[in-house]
Structure formats: structure tokens, C-alpha cells
Design a protein around this ligand. Structure first.
Ligand code: ZN
Ligand code: ZN
Length: 822
């Protein structure tokens, strides 16, 4: 190219490369402009997202960062498609984790510390860690409506806020008045470490190695010795019966006889029961109260009174005789030694066993009798399944997790907890007659520290009323988040118009508690499903597929480090490009994030090139090449819309990368740039303007389509190259009908042709810019692009159609030939 032909075109985009340091400036700008604020007066349809309030006592996790970015993508897409988006930020602060942390940091015990003082210490910790979490979520670029705590639609909320707790208490009082709550002493799951009852939904399982001891029992009537295997010899004192399988030939003769329990010497009945598995241990099973769920079910079924051997501190009680006061572990060790020394253990084998553990402390749970408050749920299972059908699930198969859980519910929901940092159960008790007083809803009650709102007992007139001291299961708070964000407390009109909430996004591991309990409460309060849609996601794992956890340093990927090293945008484009978290677990590493972020550099380069040209809006003519890429752009818009509508950002992100990089930049821009520059003045100026129009139309559309995924870089490019008004309040691109024609089919043929020619030049040792002397035969369909192809590849003689017989040609690819030069 001669110097005078050098374009006078200079990029209007000044910076040569994307600089993540400007991200924070955009965060400030967006906040100042208030563009994501929820507008209560808007005429647009509301799209409401029940953003999961993260528990704040631990730093934000890479998996959380990933899933909140996806929620933000949904919010931004909905905003661009004409919705008034309710995307609140909440923080979960109630419950056990902060209590445990407070005990550890201050080296105190909750139950031995004055309640006020303990709560205050929790608050200090929560404030600090809450602020840290908010900073991290802000830094990710979430377009939440507000970052300040406000009692209004779209305001940030916290679950320990008196307003939030008022709602929790109101729902309880309504259930109480409808007779849906009762108190009962039942065998409950109990975590000795957390010091509280926990619901079935809070029980997890851990497979661990344990010892199966084969012990000698004596048959009372005959004196014969039978062998019984158990993993929990410390519960011998609580043994209530011994069972064998009705089909087990070995033990038929024992039916109706009694077995004498070693050490404790009490006799228990031996009976057939299908729960005994002939191939486990010796086939004879002792049923204790209680070693596991099997014990609980069988004793209940056989109507045998339990002998509780473990107290709520996890220690053996007086029923354990000489083992009283020992912890469960200590007692197991001691009694095993005693049995061994008396020759009562004939064999010990190591086995792996699934043990129920507490989901918070990961400690084995025990079964103890406790008087607790229950919310009825078993009788409503069919109704809850019915309202679950009113919701759409993404991915559809995730619905099964919910259905399976509902079907497995066998006991009412234990909602009271013996903890301090939670929403108080709003009840007072008459010391004289036992009358239970539930106050009117309307304010937040703290019965442990305040007088009842009535002077005397409505039952007997006594003035001696004492306040309840227990708190709620934190899921009882969380299971009304959708009602809280839809202003149930403050604006019944708004609530009426916008319930059910549009979307619940959440992890698969909390379907059985958060999603299920929200359905239960919504059914009992509103007789309807709480959501129109539920998006259920999987987990982010490390390169080896291991769970990412702070306690496993080799797996740990700190989102703060990612954002500091690569910027939020690099993390966000990785989140979009690396896979579909609705369908499976996602692998993450610094390398992957760095690798996918190359697309940002490419995007910047393309935009900078295009910014050299004016944006033609009139008096232009489209060449076939332009029509081809615009028609393909149409297909891209449809594909992106489909992905966003299906709540799958991956579909949109990967289609965008392929189009932008591998189609638009590599082929259209390469073929069209000569016309855009009009080197040598060979082109009609109207066609030159057609290239300008097309370049800008593609870039502008790509930016808008990408904006939900990468809001920073698209905003930077948009503001500098196009308009002064944020890209995030622009409309999502529409497909203009005039671009929907066959021209899109040309693109794959063009790609194939270009690649073939480039390959050929390389194999012949020619530079890409070198002229091709031999004739090239191209497929007939490409004829409309003849001029572009000739200039792009510097082909002297381009012929369309299969060459005639007898010609000296060589096939390079399907339909593409080169003349063989002697
Ligand atoms: Zn626990
Ligand atoms: Zn009374």
C-alpha cells in the first residue's frame, strides 16, 4: 500500500486495550445515576428476583460469586427487555454460624453469657463481615436496586432487622391462630455441638469408617450364645429388642425368646422383623434408643418405650450406669474395652457407614426427647406437590429434587430452637393456669426481655406471665423472603399485583429447606406457589472436580484475588463462557479465568478498529457481504434471546464469542475492510458507507447482547463510541425482518473458503498478502462475494463453478480448486 492510500481513519477509541482498573469508576457512576433503582411508579411489568440472602459470617466463595453473576445477568437481560426489575440485595444474619463464631472469638459459652451481651457481640461480628460481603458483591458489578438498608421495595434487607423479624413473627401468629402449630415431646434430631434441635432438612450424611463389633448375647431361656453386631456398643443399656429377618433360617427358633444384654443384664424380646438384613453383621440386630433412624422407626412401630441414654450435652446419662457422664465417644471406647476384657467381643471389623450429621457443625447428631414447637406439614404434602406444579423449573429435571424431598417428609417441621441470635417465638405463658398467649401481629416482640402486651392472663386473671425464650429455625425466617421483598408488610396493593414472585434462584443443596419451606409457608399463607420460576444451580468445583472449600487450601480460589488480578469482567466472562451451571458442576481455576478473558482483549481490538469509521445512517448501499453478516447477526440475536430466556447465559456467551471472534472479526472484517477504507478509491462511496453501516451495526448489537454478561467493558465501549446514555438502559436488540434472508447461509461457505485459501498459501510458503497467480475455482454460491474475495486473498483469476473436464486442477476442499501450474 502506498503511503498516500493510508487511511485518514483514526480510531476514536483512545485506549489501546481494556483496563480493568476503570471498573470501580463505573460502579460509582451507576450508583450516582441510580439507573438500577426500583421504580415503584413504573408502568412496565415487574420482574422480581428473590435473590438469596447470603449468610455473611464467611467471606464470599467463588461458587457464590459465579451464581450471583448469573442472577445479575438475568436481571440485566430483563431490564433491557422492558421489565421493571426488582433485584434486591439481602443479607442473612440469623442463626447458628455467628453464634458459634462469637463463642470461639470471645472464648465464651452462649448459654453461660447474659443474652443481651451475647447478642451485642454477635452484632459486632455481623456488621463487620456484612460490610465485607457487600463490598465483594458490589465489586462483582451486581445491578441490585439499592445497597443501603431501606424499608421499601428494592431496598437492601437483613434477616435480623426488626422489620424482617416482624414478618417472621406475623406468619407464626397467623399459623398459631389457625391451629397449625403444636408443642410436643418427640424424639428429635439433636446436635450436641450446636446445642439445639434440628429439623430433618438440616441433617446431612457423611460416610465414615467405623468398627462393627460382634458381641455375645445369652439367650435367657436356653443359655445358648448368639452373636449380634453393632457399631454403637455404648447404647447397649438402651437396647429394647433384638430382631432377625423373617426369612432368615438361622434364627427362626429364637422367635419369642429373650436375649440378655451383656454388662447391663436386662432381657429383651427377640422377634422377626423385615428391617433386619440377613447379610449385615450376623443377621441379628439390636434396636436401641436411639442409634439411628432405623431405631426410631422400629421402636415407634413396635410401640416400645425408649430408654434415652444420651443427654442434650452429648453425654451418657444415668441410664448408662457406670458410663454416666462420659461423652458418646468416650463411652464407646470404654465399653468396648470392658466387653473385650470379659471376652464378650468375638470379632471387630472395619466398615464404612453413612452417619447422620448436623449440616452446620458437621458433627454426628443424636436422638433425644425434647419438647418443641411443630408446624404441621405432613398432612399438606399433596397440596404442596400441587402448587409445585404451578412453577417452571430451570433446568426442568431439577424439579425432581423437590418432588423427592416432599415425598420423603414424614414428620412435622420442628421450628423452635434453643438459641439466642434468632427471631424470638412470640409467646407468653401463664404460670398459674398454663394459658398460652400469642400477641397481635404488627410489631416485633422479644418475650424474653419484655413484658407481655396484656396485663393479666385471659384464662385465669393471674398477672404472672413468663415470656418464651426459644427462637425460630432460621429457615422459618428465610421461607418468607419472597413476601418480604414484595412488600407484604408495607404495601398490600403492590404485593397483590406482584405475587407470585417471578424468580427464585438457588442452589440444589438447599431445595429441601429453602425452596421447600418457602412453598410450605406460601401454601399455608396464600394457598399458591410463591414463584413462577425456579432456577436451580449446581456447584463450582476445582480443576480436579473437588469441592472448593476454604479448609482445603489447594482447592481454594478467592474471588477477591480473582478480581484483583484479572478484574471483575474477566471473572464474569469466564462465568458466562465456562459452562452451564444449571446442568452440572463447573470447574474453575485461575488459568481458566485468564484464558477466557482473552475475549475481552479481542473485543476491545475489534471495537477500536471499527471506531475508526464514521457511523453511516443514510445514503449507503449494502454489498452481499454486508447482507450476509447482518443476516447472521439476526440469527445471533435469536440465539442470545433463547439463551437468556432459558436462563442459560452460557448459550448466549458462547454464541457471542463464536460470532464476534470467529465469524465477524476473522471473516467479515477481513473481507470488508478494503471497502471500508476504500483503498485506491476503487469502490462506490455508497458501498463504502454500506461497510461502515454494517461494521457499526454489528458492533453496537454485539455490545448490547453482551451487556448483561460483561457490563463494564460494554459500557466503556458504548459510551466512548456511541451514545452518552448508559448501555444498560438501552433496549435489547430486535431482529429487523429485512435481514432475514438466505444470505446467512453464505457465512459458513465463506469461512470454509477463507480457511482453505489461507491453508493453501501457508503450504505453498506464500505470505497471506501475496498475490495468488494460479486460477482459483470457488463454489457458485460465493459468486455474490466475488469482489471481496479477490481483494481479500489477492486472487488474480477467480472462477465460479466446478472447472470443466480435462483442466489441470487440484481440489483443495469441497468445491474449491486451484489451477496446477507446471
Ligand atoms: Zn450442629
Ligand atoms: Zn392463667
Amino acid at each position: 500500500m502506498k503511503p498516500k492510500d493510508r487511511p485518514t481513519f483514526k480510531p476514536s477509541l483512545r485506549a489501546k486495550t481494556w483496563n480493568p482498573e476503570i471498573e470501580t469508576a463505573f460502579l460509582r457512576k451507576w450508583q450516582e445515576e441510580g439507573i438500577f433503582k426500583f421504580d415503584e411508579k413504573s408502568e412496565k411489568p415487574t420482574f422480581s428476583i428473590d435473590t438469596p440472602p447470603p449468610y455473611v459470617n464467611t467471606p464470599i466463595h467463588i461458587g457464590q460469586a459465579y451464581t450471583y453473576v448469573w442472577m445479575d445477568i438475568f436481571a440485566r437481560y430483563k431490564r433491557m427487555t422492558g421489565h421493571n426489575v426488582l433485584f434486591p440485595m439481602g443479607l442473612d444474619k440469623n442463626g447458628l454460624p455467628v453464634e458459634v463464631q462469637t463463642e470461639r472469638i470471645y472464648n465464651i459459652s452462649m448459654h453461660e453469657t447474659p443474652r443481651e451481651e451475647f447478642i451485642e457481640k454477635c452484632r459486632v461480628i455481623l456488621k463487620e463481615s456484612g460490610d465485607r460481603s457487600l463490598d465483594a458483591f458490589k465489586r462483582l458489578g451486581l445491578s441490585c436496586n439499592s445497597w443501603s438498608l431501606e424499608h421499601r421495595v428494592g431496598g437492601r434487607y437483613e434477616t435480623d432487622d426488626p422489620e424482617y423479624r416482624r414478618l417472621t413473627q406475623e406468619t407464626f401468629i397467623r399459623f398459631w391462630n389457625k391451629g397449625l402449630i403444636y408443642e410436643d415431646e418427640k424424639t428429635t434430631n439433636y446436635c450436641p455441638v450446636c446445642g439445639t434441635t434440628i429439623s430433618d432438612a438440616e441433617v446431612e450424611y457423611k460416610e465414615e469408617e467405623t468398627v462393627l463389633n460382634y458381641m455375645r448375647f445369652r439367650v435367657q431361656e436356653t443359655g445358648e450364645t448368639v452373636i449380634i453386631a453393632t457399631t454403637r456398643p455404648e447404647l447397649l443399656c438402651s437396647c429394647r429388642t433384638v430382631i432377625f429377618n423373617p426369612d432368615d433360617e438361622r434364627y427362626q427358633h429364637l422367635g419369642g425368646k429373650n436375649a440378655v444384654v451383656p454388662i447391663f443384664e436386662h432381657a429383651v424380646k427377640i422377634q422377626p422383623h423385615a428391617y433386619a438384613k440377613p447379610d449385615f453383621g450376623s443377621g441379628l440386630v439390636m434396636m436401641c434408643s436411639f442409634g439411628d433412624y432405623g431405631d426410631v422407626w422400629i421402636l415407634r412401630e413396635l410401640n416400645l418405650d425408649p430408654i434415652y441414654a444420651i443427654d442434650e450435652k452429648g453425654r451418657m446419662n444415668e441410664n448408662a450406669g457406670q458410663y454416666k457422664g462420659l461423652t458418646v465417644e468416650e463411652a464407646r471406647k470404654k465399653i468396648t474395652e470392658d466387653l473385650k476384657s470379659q471376652g464378650l467381643i468375638v470379632k471387630a471389623e472395619k466398615i464404612r457407614q453413612r452417619r447422620p450429621i448436623c449440616w452446620r457443625s458437621k458433627n454426628p447428631i443424636e436422638f433425644v426427647p425434647m419438647k418443641e414447637l411443630y408446624l404441621k406439614q405432613v398432612e399438606f404434602k399433596d397440596e404442596i406437590l400441587r402448587i409445585a406444579d404451578q412453577m417452571e423449573f430451570f433446568a426442568p429435571e431439577s424439579k425432581q429434587i423437590l418432588v423427592d424431598w416432599i415425598n420423603s417428609v414424614g414428620i412435622d417441621w420442628v421450628i423452635s430452637r434453643r438459641r439466642y441470635y434468632g427471631t424470638e417465638v412470640p409467646l407468653w405463658y401463664c404460670k398459674e393456669c398454663g394459658y398460652i398467649y400469642a400477641p397481635e401481629p404488627g410489631r416485633y416482640y422479644q418475650p424474653w426481655r419484655e413484658d407481655p402486651p396484656i396485663d393479666k392472663c385471659p384464662g385465669c386473671g393471674s398477672t404472672e406471665l413468663s415470656g418464651e425464650e426459644r427462637t425460630f429455625d432460621t429457615w422459618f425466617d428465610s421461607a418468607t423472603s419472597e413476601a418480604y421483598i414484595l412488600a407484604y408488610l408495607w404495601d398490600k396493593d403492590f404485593f397483590g399485583k406482584n405475587f407470585p414472585c417471578s424468580l427464585r434462584p438457588q442452589g440444589k443443596e438447599i431445595v429441601r429447606n429453602w425452596l421447600y419451606f418457602t412453598l410450605l409457608k406460601s401454601f399455608l399463607l396464600f394457598n399458591a406457589a410463591p414463584f413462577k420460576n425456579a432456577w436451580i444451580h449446581n456447584h463450582v468445583v476445582d480443576e480436579q472436580g473437588r469441592k472448593i472449600s476454604k479448609s482445603e487450601p489447594e482447592t481454594w480460589i478467592d474471588p477477591h484475588e480473582v478480581m484483583t488480578r484479572f478484574g471483575s469482567e474477566a471473572f464474569r466472562i469466564w462465568s458466562g463462557l465456562e459452562g452451564n451451571i444449571t446442568r452440572g458442576d463447573i470447574r474453575c481455576s485461575f488459568e481458566r479465568i485468564k484464558g477466557t478473558s482473552k475475549f475481552l482483549t479481542k473485543l476491545w481490538n475489534i471495537a477500536r478498529f471499527i471506531s475508526s469509521f464514521p457511523r453511516a445512517s443514510e445514503d449507503y448501499e449494502l454489498a452481499p457481504l454486508d447482507e450476509m453478516i447482518l443476516a447472521s447477526l439476526n440469527e445471533l440475536i435469536m440465539e442470545c434471546r433463547r439463551g437468556y430466556e432459558e436462563m442459560n447465559a452460557f448459550t448466549a456467551a458462547s454464541a457471542l464469542r463464536t460470532f464476534t471472534w470467529n465469524m465477524f472479526a476473522d471473516h467479515y472484517v477481513e473481507a470488508g475492510k478494503s471497502r471500508a477504507y476504500n483503498r485506491g478509491g476503487a469502490f462506490d462511496p455508497r458501498l463504502q458507507r454500506g461497510a461502515w453501516f454494517t461494521l457499526h451495526k454489528c458492533l453496537e448489537t454485539i455490545l448490547k447482547l453482551l451487556a448483561p454478561i460483561v457490563p463494564f467493558i460494554t459500557e466503556a465501549l458504548w459510551l466512548e463510541i456511541y451514545e452518552k446514555e448508559s448501555i444498560h438502559i438501552q433496549s435489547f436488540p430486535e431482529e429487523p425482518p429485512e435481514w432475514k434472508h438466505e444470505a446467512a447461509n453464505l457465512l459458513p461457505r465463506l469461512v470454509e473458503f477463507d480457511n482453505t485459501i489461507w491453508r493453501y498459501k501457508k503450504s505453498e510458503g506464500l505470505a497471506l498478502s501475496q498475490e495468488l497467480a494460479p486460477s482459483i475455482y470457488a463454489p457458485l454460491e460465493l459468486k455474490p462475494l466475488a469482489e471481496d474475495l479477490k481483494i481479500m486473498h489477492r486472487i488474480k483469476n477467480l472462477v465460479f463453478g466446478i472447472p470443466g473436464g480435462g483442466r489441470n486442477v487440484e481440489e483443495l476442499a469441497e468445491g474449491i480448486f486451484v489451477e496446477k501450474l507446471a
